[in-house]
Every structure is written in structure tokens, then in C-alpha cells.
Design a binder for this molecule. Structure first.
Ligand SMILES: *[C@@H]1O[C@H](CO)[C@@H](O)[C@H](O)[C@H]1NC(C)=O
Length: 622
């Protein structure tokens, strides 16, 4: 009884705190403008950048030096580790965990190998869905990353011509040292060029050449079917066990795990675990629940435990700009086929870039392709080419991708940018075992209907195999990517025809057709009349200040998306039948948004005298 009363008192207290928090948030939500909120976020980011000692290029520099040393003597043992065992890895060396300083500093000094103890372990073993204050949440997340987060299996270095796979030592309690050394960008570029020259025919590391995306891609129908039971049978036969997949037999002893490779063993354990729990499992990918975020829900788009602060619109746009390229380049080189869809595709339809308020990227993948991706590359940390930025992307696959289960796990994998927690969401498509809705076949002739194959994701978005394939090459956010073959029928069904043909107002933005971009209403609610919008009649690549409704921000944004929009409108105005073009001469556009860390670092160190995000990194590979 006493305990019950204590529990309900505690619950009541929590409810009161939530209500109080909610009213505060409501107040700020209704009485502070979006402008103010964006400004606040930027100010916070600048302050955090200023106090942080973390140098994102430090670990990159270390890994590049390690590769260089191995290239000289593959048998050696170096500061980071050895080729045989892999490199030492500690998230504290790779992520900015300043938000955990209050607890972690003591441990960093006393246990320089990066170990934790029961107190810390206990402190961070809290479900991210536990509602608490921002400060406690980020502290807990930092401690979790420090103590408990799974280590990557490999770090993949991106050079101009190759990916170099560096294995990670799975034994914890080692680290490269808490490196705060700052390295100018030229240093890491030089380091990258050095190892690249030698990695072409290197036998020491697995490498994958960077290749250009293709004009069209077919995916065989088999890639849309997958059965965890059959996969288990295959492995059991290899182990010499009998063929039953009956749940009772899961723990039978007449199979010999030793006959499997380490990778196969891990796959087998995962299949067994996921197949048993898919119907009762909680969500695999979580975001942090925070009182002050109750209404805005900004944390929904930031993955735990990487969340450190809320991200402003423009920083998010930059992260997404870099991330989409990094993904499609990685996928092509590693023979994984994916394509953009839904929200991202809707943005593309207008002007070839993501919509400015869109908080993530939606990517689809055939289920068997995801299975391959998972077996080969789950827990891979991909480093952005240091020429273009400091991002680090962590690929993590949800074990419940294997079947529908209870439907809670409809995000099957994530490619997470670890500095911000922003991500690309992957959903698998499989050949449907359910009854498709009639509207899926609308507009098809009888003959086509008979051939049409229905696919669905776990969230029951339906598509036809014939709508998606063959995939088409396109430029999205300036980078090479793939889109489904037939776009209009997919968007018609999902959003309605008007959503992308006549809708020019959306989420406090208005689409100004004379400049091909979404403009925040707070800047101007419509195109200004009686003014020339461009700096000159001939050159439409820049807006005059007047033409930009007197907003420097709009000038900056326009310059960033100008080329993407031009290319899209010239070539892809007819969505389902783009203008014929030569893929060889249709190169990806330059990277046009500054790296987020550099943006804040440049301002704090007064390397720049403006706060523009526009930058121009021409792509030197390919
Ligand atoms: C991928 O790795 C994560 C982190 O260790 C793990 O929780 C998850 O189960 C793995 N996914 C699969 C499909 O094996």
C-alpha cells in the first residue's frame, strides 16, 4: 500500500510537472515567432561550439595516419591499434560529448582508458522515452554514448576515389586519447590524398572504388521477398542441424555453430532473436522525450543517443545536403540499391531539393537488399570526404526488418549523422502478402493489372513494382541519386494530385515561381512585384537585395539552390519523362552548403565576416 501511494504521488508529481512544462512551452510557442526560435537555436549552437574542446578532425587525422603507417608496414602495432586487431574506438573520441562533462570529466581523468563503473552504467540505463528535462536528457545521452553505445564494426574512410574500410577492435576499454588537437582542413585533405594514392591496389584494407550512378537500375523481383525462416533453415543445414524451424527447436543442441563464420553466427542469433520478439518488441529507433519539447516535437527527428541540442532549420538543411550525397555514393560503391520517395520526392518535384521544413530523408530499399546491407555493414561509421565536411554517419539496422511483426518497427534502418543526430530513414519494401487497396491499380489497363505486383512497407504504403522500376538517375540536393520510374501515380496516391501541381502554400512557406523556391512567409508572403529580382537581367544566379524582399538569408538560400532548381526545371519538368540527356556530362553539382561545424567555428573564430551558409566545393572525384 505504502509503495502504491508513493508511486501514485510520484506519478501525480510527474503529471504536474508535465502540465507546468506544457504551459511554459505553449506560452513560448504562441508568443515567440519562428524567427526568434531559429535565432535562439543558432545562438545556442554558437555558444556550445565555443565552449567545446572537441575537434571533429582529430579522430579523422588519427585514422588517416594509422592507414598510412599500415601501408608502410602492415605488421606493425601503432597508437591506434594494428591491422590484425583493428583500431581502438571510443565514442568520446568521435563525438562531442561536452554535454556529459558534469559527470564524465572525473572519469576521463581517473580512468584514462575510457572505462565506466556501475554508477555511470546505471545512470544512463534509462529509456530515451522517459520524459525529463532537456539538461538531464542530454547528460544521460552523453553518458550512454560514453559507456554503453555499441561500437562500430568498422570505420569507412572516404577519399576522392575509394572507400577504405578500417576494422574496429571490439574490445572496449581502450581509446586513442582524448584528442583536442585542432587540424586545419588542408592537413586532413593532404592525409586523405596520401592514403588514396596508395590504396588503389592495397591488400591491407578492403577498398571499394567510388563509381558514378547509372542512368537506370533494374532490381529483380526476388529482392522483394525474404523469409527469416528460410534464412534460418539455410544456416541450420550448414551447421548440420535438422531442418525444422519450429520455435520449440530453437535451442536444440544438434547444430554446430562453429561451422558458421563469425558473421553467419551473428546473423543466425539475430534471426532467432528478431523472429521470436517481432510481435512484442518496442520501437528499436528512439528519440529523446523532453518536457519542453512536448508540443514542438523537434526531438522527433533527432536520434538517441546522438541528440545534444535542437537543430535550426538552416543547419538541418546543411546536414541533409551533405548526407544525401554521402549515402548514395556509399550505396553505389557497395552495390546497394535505394531510392528517395515520399516527402523527399515531393520536395524534388518542385525544385530538385528537399523542402526547407522537411526534417528527414525518406529512402526505400528492397528487403533482400537491406538484409545484405545489414549482414555486411550494420554498425559502420562512414566518414565524409574531408574535402567537403566533417560529418560522420553511423549505419544501424533494426533487427525487426525481417518481418511485419507488431508494426511498431516500420523504420528498418538509419543512416545517422552523429554530430547532430539527424538521419536518413530507410523502409523496406517487400512483395505483399496482404490484400492491396483497389486504388493501387487505378488507371491501369486490364493487361497491366494482371502483371502488376503489389509491394508494401511496414507502414502500409503501397506501390507497384512496375511503378518503381527501373529506377531513374536524378540530381537531388545537387547530388546524384535515384528516384522511382513513375512518380506521378505514387504522389497522386500518397498526397493527391494537387499537392504537387498547384499547391503553392505549405507550412508557413509560399512557393515563388519566378525564383523557383519556397520562401518563408515571415520574409515575404508573395513575389514582390515591380522590382527586378535578380542582380542583373542576364545573370539570374543571384537575387538583388530588393528582389530578395530585403532578406540576406533569402539571397543566401537562393544562391545555394539556384543550380539544382535550374537543372530540375530544364530537364525534369515532365516528371515521368525527363528530357533525354547524356549522363556522362550531367555531373553532380558542387556541395553548396557549408559544413555545420565549420559554420559555427568560422563565426566564433572570426574567420568570416558574414553568416552565410553558401559555399562551393566542386566535386573532384568521378
Ligand atoms: C545492428 O547493430 C545494432 C547495434 O549493435 C544491434 O542492436 C542490432 O541488433 C543490429 N541489427 C541487426 C539486424 O543485426
Amino acid at each position: 500500500m505504502g509503495l502504491m501511494r508513493y508511486k501514485s504521488a510520484k506519478l501525480l508529481l510527474r503529471v504536474l510537472v508535465v502540465v507546468f512544462g506544457a504551459s511554459l512551452v505553449l506560452h513560448s510557442f504562441f508568443f515567440k515567432s519562428d524567427d526568434y526560435w531559429q535565432h535562439t537555436l543558432e545562438k545556442q549552437a554558437l555558444e556550445m561550439n565555443k565552449v567545446s574542446k572537441f575537434q571533429p578532425r582529430a579522430p579523422v587525422h588519427e585514422v588517416l595516419s594509422f592507414i598510412e603507417e599500415i601501408q608502410k608496414d602492415p605488421k606493425g602495432t601503432y597508437k591506434l591499434g594494428s591491422l590484425e586487431k583493428g583500431i581502438a574506438f571510443h565514442w568520446d573520441d568521435w563525438m562531442d560529448l561536452t554535454t556529459g562533462d558534469a559527470l564524465l570529466d572525473k572519469y576521463r581523468t581517473e580512468l584514462p582508458m575510457g572505462q565506466c563503473d556501475a554508477v555511470l552504467d546505471n545512470y544512463c540505463s534509462v529509456n530515451p522515452y522517459w520524459m525529463e528535462s532537456y539538461k538531464t536528457k542530454v547528460l544521460r545521452q552523453a553518458v550512454y554514448a560514453y559507456c554503453k553505445a555499441a561500437l562500430p564494426d568498422r570505420v569507412v574512410v572516404t577519399t576522392d576515389s575509394h572507400y577504405v574500410h578500417v576494422p574496429v577492435n571490439s574490445e572496449k576499454s581502450q581509446r586513442l586519447g582524448y584528442g583536442h588537437t585542432s587540424h586545419p582542413q588542408e592537413d586532413v585533405i593532404l592525409g586523405m590524398e596520401k592514403i588514396q594514392a596508395k590504396s588503389k591496389d592495397s591488400k591491407n584494407f578492403k577498398t571499394h572504388p567510388i563509381v558514378r550512378l547509372q542512368r537506370e537500375v533494374e532490381v529483380p523481383m526476388e529482392d522483394f521477398t525474404y523469409s527469416p525462416e528460410q534464412e534460418m533453415v539455410k544456416l541450420q543445414m550448414k551447421m548440420g542441424g535438422h531442418k525444422s524451424t519450429d520455435k520449440k527447436d530453437n535451442d536444440n543442441d544438434d547444430v554446430d555453430l562453429q561451422k558458421l563464420t563469425r558473421k553467419e553466427q551473428e546473423y543466425f542469433h539475430m534471426l532467432r532473436y528478431a523472429n521470436t520478439h517481432a510481435d512484442t518488441a518496442d520501437k528499436f529507433f528512439k528519440y529523446p522525450w523532453i518536457y519542453s519539447d512536448l508540443f514542438k516535437g523537434q526531438a522527433h527527428h533527432l536520434s538517441a543517443p546522438f541528440f545534444k541540442r535542437f537543430i535550426s532549420d538552416r543547419e538541418r538543411e546543411s546536414v541533409i545536403h551533405h548526407m544525401i550525397r554521402a549515402w548514395f555514393e556509399f550505396a553505389e560503391a557497395h552495390e546497394i540499391v535505394t531510392w528517395i520517395n515520399y516527402g523527399s520526392l515531393l520536395g524534388w518535384v518542385y525544385n530538385g531539393v528537399n523542402m526547407p521544413w522537411d526534417t528527414d530523408v525518406d529512402i526505400q530499399i528492397p528487403i533482400a537488399q537491406l538484409s545484405k546491407l545489414e549482414q555486411d555493414y550494420n554498425r559502420t561509421l562512414v566518414l565524409e570526404n574531408p574535402r567537403y565536411g566533417n560529418a560522420k554517419y553511423y549505419l544501424e539496422v533494426n533487427p525487426f526488418y525481417i518481418r511485419q511483426g507488431n508494426g511498431k518497427n516500420f523504420i528498418d534502418a538509419r543512416f545517422i549523422e552523429v554530430n547532430s543526430g539527424l538521419y536518413i530513414d530507410f523502409s523496406v519494401l517487400s512483395k505483399s502478402i496482404y490484400e492491396p487497396p483497389a486504388e493501387l491499380f487505378e488507371g491501369l489497363e486490364e493487361k497491366e493489372k494482371n502483371k502488376a505486383i503489389a509491394l508494401n512497407c511496414k507502414n502500409f504504403n503501397w506501390q507497384l513494382y512496375q511503378e518503381i522500376l527501373p529506377l531513374k538517375y536524378t540530381t537531388f540536393e545537387g547530388g546524384a541519386s535515384y528516384i522511382p520510374h513513375k512518380i506521378s501515380s505514387i504522389l497522386d496516391r500518397k498526397y493527391g494530385h494537387a499537392s504537387y501541381t498547384s499547391k503553392l502554400r505549405f507550412m508557413n512557406h509560399n512557393y515563388q515561381q519566378d525564383i523557383n523556391m519556397w520562401v518563408p512567409d515571415r520574409i515575404c508572403k508573395a513575389s514582390p512585384s515591380d522590382t527586378n529580382r535578380f542582380v542583373s537581367e542576364k545573370d539570374h544566379s543571384k537575387l538583388s537585395l530588393e528582389g530578395a524582399c530585403n532578406s540576406v538569408l533569402l539571397q543566401d538560400e537562393y544562391e545555394i539552390i539556384y543550380q539544382s532548381a535550374q537543372r530540375h526545371i530544364n530537364m525534369e519538368s515532365k516528371l515521368d519523362s525527363p528530357v533525354d540527356y547524356d549522363i556522362k556530362t550531367t555531373q553532380p553539382l558542387p556541395i553548396l552548403r557549408k559544413d555545420a561545424w565549420e559554420y559555427y567555428n568560422d563565426i566564433n573564430n572570426q574567420y568570416v565576416d558574414n553568416d552565410r551558409w553558401f559555399i562551393k566545393h566542386t566535386i573532384s572525384s568521378l
